[in-house]
Design a protein around this ligand. Structure first.
Ligand code: SAH
Ligand code: F3S
Length: 438
């Protein structure tokens, strides 16, 4: 029997793609192993969103080549595969398979060729209107499931490599999404996360013609589901009906991730984000005025080409104005093919690092303050696992806050996958802590 090892880098879409790739390989009779030394086929599902992510892949390829030794087959999947294409065969001659996410449907055929002895097999077609689905996706968790609703991206943000690595936007037919969501609920999954680079521009290609808000309402109505999340929404397409859907369906989680990138209109324009600070804040206002509290998180890039000290200050003031529950912040990283490469005013690495540190320090204080508001309250937690190191269970609230808590019975109580009430006693910038409420 053939064995494979698969390591995943990057975003949730990659994590979920890997679940599909694993299912495809298992269905072909491969067995998964945790040690690359034991594998016949070593695969990396890669990320190229920032330069560092990309370098990690090449260093891993070198490292395992030495460690894993001769006679192994290596494959590079995902965004670095799509971006670098057949150049990977030159840079890493031991690689036999290079395949971008838009070509995963062809994996069985590509594997046939490798098994027949072909040593340079590539799937790099981006010109597809298909979404990658499989009947045998192997999900990592038995109660939380990712579900793809849209792939690719038609936005044209000047810093972003995704449109080049994942191709044109294509929505999955609603009946196919609903069928899989119902199957997941029937199989005992209680949390579903709808996935796409830009879920808010979802457009059902089938005659039903649902938009994203309708899809949300329909998925939320499936019996058995207790939490439905979605990532990521683009502020430009984020409309009031999405907020109304959340208000009217308690199953839709109390959390929206709405990436802003910058608080300065001048920078937003140069990023081609298609909204202003004021338009963004209007949408934040809808969320803040919703009938129940909704946690808000975002992504921010510091040190975009031409970002002045004043632009940066506007991003800092936006953090104060919104009071985000969490922020993913990054230094701008120049990416191949993107329009921002040609902009003037690229900043030195040191200056980007300085701004990132200031921003993260500020946000840390905001989060500590926001999390402290939960002390003394009871929260509902979906339990994920037990951490033997701390003796605590770990789970998440509907707002997506991490909660560490103790239970009188410790690990003896099988809590994973259950919804429990936790009494919050402490708060840190990144999590809450408490005790199982009885
Ligand atoms: N539509 C996707 C975007 C994926 S990229 C989503 O919203 O999840 C995720 C985040 O990475 C972006 O929101 C942005 O903040 C960051 N990012 C993208 N390209 C970048 C670059 N060239 N340099 C630094 N950060 C970047
Ligand atoms: Fe990238 Fe902008 Fe699309 S950040 S994924 S081009 S919305």
């Amino acid at each position: 029997m053939k064995t494979f090892y698969l390591e995943t880098f990057g975003c949730q879409m990659n994590v979920h793609d890997s679940e599909k790739v694993v299912g495809t390989l298992l269905a072909r009779g491969y067995r998964r192993v945790d040690d690359p030394g034991q594998a016949d086929l070593i695969l990396y599902n890669t990320c190229s969103i920032r330069e560092k992510a990309e370098q990690k892949v090449y260093s891993r390829l070198q490292q395992f080549r030495r460690e894993a030794g001769a006679g192994k087959l290596f494959g590079v999947l995902g965004c670095v595969a799509q971006q670098e294409g057949e150049r990977i065969f030159e840079r890493a001659p031991h690689v036999a398979l290079v395949c971008g996410s838009a070509s995963y449907r062809r994996l069985p055929e590509l594997l046939d060729r490798i098994e027949a002895g072909d040593r340079r097999v590539a799937g790099l077609d981006l010109d597809t209107d298909e979404t990658f689905e499989t009947p045998f996706t192997r999900r990592d968790s038995p109660y939380r499931a990712y579900l793809t609703i849209i792939e690719g991206c038609d936005k044209d943000c000047s810093f972003c490599v995704v449109p080049f690595t994942r191709g044109r936007e294509r929505s999955r037919p609603s009946e196919s999404i609903m069928r899989e969501a119902r199957q997941l609920a029937a199989a005992g999954y209680t949390e579903i996360q709808l996935l796409g680079q830009n879920v808010s521009s979802y457009r059902d290609p089938s005659p039903a013609g649902w938009d994203f808000a309708t899809l949300l309402e329909q998925v939320a109505g499936i019996p058995g589901l207790r939490r439905v999340r979605f990532t990521t929404s683009h502020p430009r397409d984020f409309d009031r009906r999405i907020v109304r859907a959340i208000e009217e369906n308690p199953v839709l989680a109390n959390h929206v991730h709405l990436p802003v990138q910058s608080g300065s209109n001048r920078v937003l324009e140069r990023m081609r984000r298609q909204y202003s600070r004021e338009e963004y804040l209007e949408k934040i206002g809808w969320l803040k005025n919703a009938r129940r509290p909704i946690a808000i998180s975002t992504d921010i890039i510091v040190g975009f080409p031409g970002e002045t000290e004043e632009d940066f200050r506007q991003t800092l003031s936006l953090l104060d104005e919104v009071g985000y529950d969490s922020v993913f912040s990054f230094k701008y990283s120049a990416r191949p093919n993107t329009a921002a490469l040609a902009l003037d005013g690229h900043l030195p690495e040191q200056e980007k690092s300085r701004r990132l540190a200031i921003l993260q320090e500020k946000q840390r204080a905001i989060q500590l303050r926001r999390n402290s508001e939960w002390i003394g309250r009871r929260v509902e937690v979906l339990v994920e696992n037990f951490n033997p190191g701390t003796g605590q269970w770990v789970g998440r609230t509907s707002e997506n806050r991490v909660v560490n808590f103790t239970s009188p019975q410790g690990p003896a109580e099988a809590l994973a996958g259950r919804y429990v009430e936790v009494h919050v006693t402490r708060a840190g910038p990144n999590s809450l802590a408490g005790e199982l409420a009885v």
